[in-house]
Design a protein around this ligand. Structure first.
Ligand code: SF4
Length: 440
């Protein structure tokens, strides 16, 4: 049973796909720091690559990603040329150090590319970084998934795919600018399975215009019938002051926070009742899926792609806006696609901002990650801080967390408050909260 405490959910908090979050990045960090971090990678160290494709055939009104219309072939082709240059520059810097275990393609929609463009890109990555049999994953838009794409995924050995589903309700699909009939999703799932993809994720959203528990229930029925290995159930964050495309969504039709909370609870109960394992605060997976196994073995992590079983300490992001993470440094590539193309094309590293993480920030980062992934963390080093104990008190008092001998445990009832509880250990929170969403 979840209990709704509106006062504890009133404050917007980050999703903590990194700590410190991107809101703390500054331009004091630049390519020179990225170069040093790449040179500090050790031989054989596990490295993951993330490749950003900031294009989609159609732009959904709710979308918070850095993406634009893939309506001009030349624009897309010149972005890919720049990306291949960046791959050359970064892989040369990395040299023989590091071992590429995973390559993830995200965006945007990587299938805004032509299949042959994807094949060339993958080849450049494999050859440039000397990757041997990395795990390949890709985000896909079912609306632009085609038979040639199926053949390409099979030939490339892609084993994981994430589909933007969001809702099966046709009226809500129309209200968010993303119309995709049920048959299209079902056909995509069948095709992916036939193409050798063994782990399929559905992204679903609650808190959409005119959506209530009944709509979500029906979407969960459809989802469970297709049985994806993973499900991410996100709360819609309506921030039109930051994302002008969201102005097309009728704000006065959005459910209130109490209904959002009820929908999140419904989702949790339906999915766990159907045999899915809860992963962190908004993901679910079938017990045989790698991420559920990692959760059971205490190996769950959180990075820019969300909850993951990937334990690489080094994540290299490639492409405009892509973020790279090293133990003591986070850097983000140039956001402006024109400047990105210029820098990458000139053989330069593309980081333009970021943040260093000293040992205290790394300790905070570990606590936040552990609270989100395991719902427990050893926090004794921070209990002398009255700011921490004061903010923890309401959660302890209401049974949403327990503190025993310096170990903080978020209770089952506290799960929906995990992000808020984790934010207590974030020294940057206070001002600048407008850019974040509520925790539910
Ligand atoms: S397809 Fe995905 S990335 Fe592209 S606009 Fe829609 S939600 Fe955003």
């Amino acid at each position: 049973m979840w209990f709704y405490h509106p006062d504890l959910l009133a404050r917007p908090v980050p999703r903590y796909t990194s700590y410190p979050t991107a809101a703390e990045f500054t331009d004091a960090i630049a390519a020179v720091d990225q170069a040093e971090a790449l040179e500090a990678v050790t031989p054989g160290q596990s490295v993951s690559l993330y490749v950003h494709i900031p294009f989609c055939q159609q732009i959904c009104w709710y979308c918070g990603c850095n993406t634009g219309r893939a309506n001009r072939e030349q624009r897309l082709a010149s972005y890919l040329d720049a990306l291949c240059e960046e791959i050359r520059t970064v892989s040369t810097r990395l040299g023989d150090r590091g071992r590429i275990d995973r390559i993830a393609f995200g965006g945007g929609s990587p299938n805004a590319l032509a299949p042959e463009q994807f094949t060339r890109l993958l080849q450049d990555l494999i050859e440039g970084f000397g990757a041997e049999r990395p795990i390949l994953s890709i985000e896909l838009d079912p609306r632009t998934y085609t038979a040639p794409w199926a053949a390409t995924l099979r030939a490339s050995g892609v084993s994981r795919a994430s589909l933007g589903v969001q809702t099966f309700d046709p009226a809500i699909q129309a209200a968010i600018g993303r119309v995709q009939p049920r048959e299209m999703i079902a056909d995509t799932v069948d095709s992916l399975r036939a193409s050798g993809v063994t782990s399929i994720n559905f992204d679903l959203i609650y808190g959409l215009p005119d959506q209530d528990r009944g709509h979500l229930d029906a979407t969960l029925d459809e989802t469970l019938a297709l049985r994806p290995e993973r499900i991410a159930l996100f709360g819609y964050a309506h921030v039109p002051h930051l994302l002008p495309r969201q102005r097309r969504i009728a704000a006065d039709h959005l459910p209130d926070q109490a209904e959002r909370f009820a929908m999140a609870e419904l989702g949790h109960h339906r999915l766990t009742g159907a045999g899915y394992v809860p992963i962190g605060f908004d993901h679910f997976a079938l017990p045989h899926d790698d991420i559920a196994i990692a959760r059971a073995e205490g190996r769950l992590h959180r990075n820019f792609q969300g909850f993951t079983e990937d334990d690489a300490q080094v994540l290299i992001g490639l492409g405009a806006t892509a973020i790279s993470q090293f133990p003591d440094l986070i850097v983000q590539n140039e956001k402006n696609s024109g400047r990105y193309r210029m820098r990458a094309g000139a053989g330069q590293l593309c980081a333009e901002r970021g943040i260093e993480r000293d040992s205290v920030e790394q300790a905070r980062s570990h606590i936040i990650e552990a609270l989100l992934c395991e719902r427990a963390a050893t926090v004794d080093a921070f209990l002398d801080d009255p700011g921490v104990t004061e903010r923890l008190w309401p959660f302890l008092h209401r049974g949403l967390a327990r503190l025993i001998q310096g170990r903080l445990q978020v209770t089952a009832e506290g799960r929906p408050y995990s992000r808020v509880i984790a934010s207590i250990f974030d020294r940057h929170r206070g001002a600048a909260t407008q850019r974040f969403s509520t925790a539910i």
